[in-house]
Design a protein around this ligand. Structure first.
Ligand code: 0GY
Length: 293
């Protein structure tokens, strides 16, 4: 683990908010253990191990039923730890992989059979080297026959430049962490409004209203992030997902208490219908519907 790396909370609180039965944590990771699943040689950070057993113990502690596990950059395109966790969880987890451009249809099908339903394209420069857009477009075509979608991670300043590419992908897209708005600028700022307009104009674009711990200016109080997430939940109730982001790689402001993150949910999804859409109906539709596994 990097010397300045903050490990995840070792004793998260029980949330005050009772998560509805069948809820999905739609953004989390597994890291290692390095002895079994080594980190990628080209990684930009080395985390502390966060193995599947601890992820699923947290799921139970917080009251969730299912997980969507996202391949993180520290494992590169080696999805072994992710696939191992999916295998272990059976029908209770789905995955988002990161793949090489030369991946074969058979390899993709094997991943599908293990529970992968999407690939992730990462544009965050501190996490990955730049990938040419043609490479991503090629991967988008390879996954199309499987009905997978694409999870994209970028920062607010990159949205304008990326928009034509996102449209060109012409498939269902999920944007991580609300496109990482600068919350000091407020909901009305043109940067966040550009993101709202993107979703308004493109019904194939969804977003995760996750990561208040990364976006807040006042940790561990997350109230400054609430108006951003609530705006998206209320405007696009059928296209939003929520996740813990456990084990919270690359945090430097504080170690988030996962129970307190769950307690943000009723603030961003104030009605029972909004909570059900966010936590159950949307992720179930996207990751579990019409699937044999
Ligand atoms: C997240 C956020 C981060 C890291 C990664 O793939 C990754 O390494 O996604 C980050 O550092 O902002 O979603 O886990």
């Amino acid at each position: 683990m990097d010397a300045d790396y903050l490990p995840f909370h070792d004793n998260p609180s029980k949330p005050a908010f009772s998560v509805p039965e069948g809820a999905v944590d739609a953004h989390c990771h597994v890291f290692g253990p390095a002895e079994t699943f080594p980190y990628h040689p080209k990684r930009k950070y080395t985390p502390c191990d966060a193995p599947k057993e601890q992820l699923f113990a947290l799921r139970d502690h917080l009251g969730f039923a299912r997980n969507v596990i996202v391949q993180a950059s520290c494992h590169g395109t080696d999805n072994a730890a992710l696939l191992d966790a999916l295998q272990y969880a059976g029908n209770l987890a789905r995955g988002v992989a990161v793949v090489d451009p030369d991946i074969t249809a058979d390899e993709l099908q094997a991943m599908h059979n293990t529970g992968v339903r999407a690939v992730r394209f990462n544009f965050v420069k501190r996490l990955v080297d730049t990938t040419p857009k043609e490479i991503f477009l090629g991967i988008a075509e390879k996954i199309r026959p499987l009905g997978w979608h694409i999870v994209v991670y970028f920062e607010t300043q990159d949205l304008e430049e990326l928009t034509p590419f996102l449209i060109q992908l012409n498939t269902l897209i999920v944007v991580d962490h609300m496109g990482r708005p600068d919350v000091s600028k407020g909901v009305g700022h043109e940067d966040f409004q550009r993101f709202v307009t993107l979703l308004e104009e493109h019904e194939n674009i969804w977003t995760k209203v996750s990561c208040p711990e990364r976006l807040t200016l006042n940790p561990p109080n997350y109230d400054d992030v609430v108006p951003f997430a609530r705006t998206l939940v209320e405007r696009f109730p059928n296209r939003v997902l929520w996740g813990t982001d456990w084990p919270h790689p690359n945090m430097n402001s504080h170690i988030p208490d996962d129970g307190k993150l769950v307690d943000v949910i009723p603030k961003i999804a104030p009605t029972p219908d909004l909570k059900k859409a966010l936590l159950i109906d949307n992720p179930m539709r996207l990751y579990w519907q019409n699937q044999t596994r």
